[in-house]
Write a protein that binds this ligand. Structure first.
Ligand code: ADP
Ligand code: MG
Length: 383
């Protein structure tokens, strides 16, 4: 069992990655009295702009990593594609949570699927593709299938739907021969996710299960609590805990699931807070970012219970563009401010692009159906 003395304010914490997940971590850490240094190559990264210091550098810039190791009491990440070598390097000097081994399983789809299979965890049929030879003798039951590059995919990028082995070969070559997984496309009843946090001593706290709707491969709406049976929700929470334990995970972890034919299948894991956990900021006693701070600092985890039902809606860059006009326009936020139980979060990104996550809003209500209808009406009103 790995224990360290708790890290207390005004210590400085390190964050690898400067996106919105990092920005919310900075907010949580600041609220709790810590300082935060953010490392991200983008001069305008959302987290870098609110950090005590932004190290504008690449993830393998060792001079920047030395600075971080010299000043920060511990380091975490908000971006699963931070090179494992970077985490290993930092871990020579300061606690790195989650650790390189756990992150590397989550950042490679073949490693991830193999981990699920080795641990007897429910997952859909798949084939690991290291080269064209692995495309021989594919069973017909695998199709229709989704080909996914093993590394660096997100928001549905690096994916192609294929209907037979010929299409699979074509798409595999189209991805430049990168290692891939070929997954059976499951008919989905719905998708759910579980966010949890785990302490170094193994204590775990699990957030209520979220029900997720995607549009074009990108999370669109997240509904908590998920409208699934208690048994299914309990199973999802149990599988997520099992994963955290087997990974020796420390920090905030998200597990995405498919529900197909009434059964649960793990889709993927994210070694960080998750888009579907944003609503915990507005609807839970402790949110997923506070848990990340607590786990990182060796503090006991907080109570994750929700005090309200919540519906989170992502605001993508598409909202900034009107049909037939190439210039971007700031949406009319007064439409959303008019809804009293709606909380708007904008990430301060300078450039709106189609599909880019620019912000989100959360509607909280005692009743989940009421929250959903208010949220959908608000979304329709803003565009
Ligand atoms: P990303 O890393 O982009 O989130 P995912 O593997 O989670 O990649 O895929 C994004 C979305 O695409 C999923 O949430 C789901 O809606 C759909 N999808 C992906 N794989 C499958 C599958 N095997 N069967 C059915 N739908 C899928
Ligand atoms: Mg996903």
């Amino acid at each position: 069992m790995q224990t360290i003395a708790p890290i207390l304010p005004p210590a400085t914490l390190g964050m690898l990655g400067g996106g919105q997940l990092g920005r919310f971590f900075v907010h949580a850490a600041h609220e709790m009295g810590y300082q935060v240094w953010v490392l991200d190559p983008d001069a305008n990264s959302p987290a870098g702009r609110v950090a005590d210091r932004h190290l504008q550098a690449e993830y393998e810039d060792f001079a920047a990593l030395d600075l971080m190791a010299g000043q920060c009491a511990a380091v975490t990440t908000e971006f699963e594609n931070v090179p494992a070598g970077t985490l290993e390097y930092l871990a020579k000097f300061i606690p790195v949570r989650p650790g390189a081994a756990a992150v590397s399983v989550c950042q490679h789809r073949i490693a991830e699927k193999t981990f699920l299979a080795d641990n007897g965890l429910p997952h859909g049929p798949f084939r690991a593709l290291h080269g064209v030879d692995d495309l021989a003798d594919l069973p017909a039951e695998l199709f229709p299938a989704i080909l996914k590059v093993a590394r660096f995919g997100y928001d549905g990028k690096g994916q192609a739907t294929v209907h037979d082995a010929t299409e699979a070969l074509h798409a595999f070559n189209g991805f430049g021969g990168e290692h891939c997984v070929l997954e059976k496309r499951l008919p989905l009843d719905c998708e759910v996710s579980v966010v949890l946090a785990r302490e170094a001593n193994g204590a775990v706290q699990v957030f209520p299960v979220a029900e997720n709707r995607h549009r074009h491969g990108i999370l669109d709406v997240s509904i908590t609590p998920a409208r699934v049976s208690d048994a299914l929700a309990a199973q999802a929470r149990q599988v997520a805990c099992h994963i955290a334990e087997r990974l020796g995970y420390v920090g905030t972890l998200a597990v995405e699931f498919f529900v197909s034919g009434g059964a649960l299948y793990v889709n993927e894991m994210a070694p960080r807070p998750h888009n579907s956990g944003h609503a915990t900021i507005d609807a839970n006693i402790t949110d997923q970012y506070m848990q990340q701070v607590r786990a990182l600092c060796g503090l006991p985890l907080g109570e994750p219970r929700a005090h309200s039902a919540a519906v989170m809606v992502n605001l993508l860059g598409d909202l900034w563009y009107r049909a037939g006009d190439e210039r971007s326009h700031e949406p009319d936020w007064s439409v959303l401010h008019a809804v009293p139980n709606l909380r708007l979060h904008l990430y301060g990104k300078h450039h709106a692009r189609a599909g880019r996550k620019m912000g989100h809003f959360t509607v909280v209500d005692r009743d989940v159906e009421a929250a959903l209808s208010v949220a959908l009406a608000a979304r329709a009103a803003i565009g």
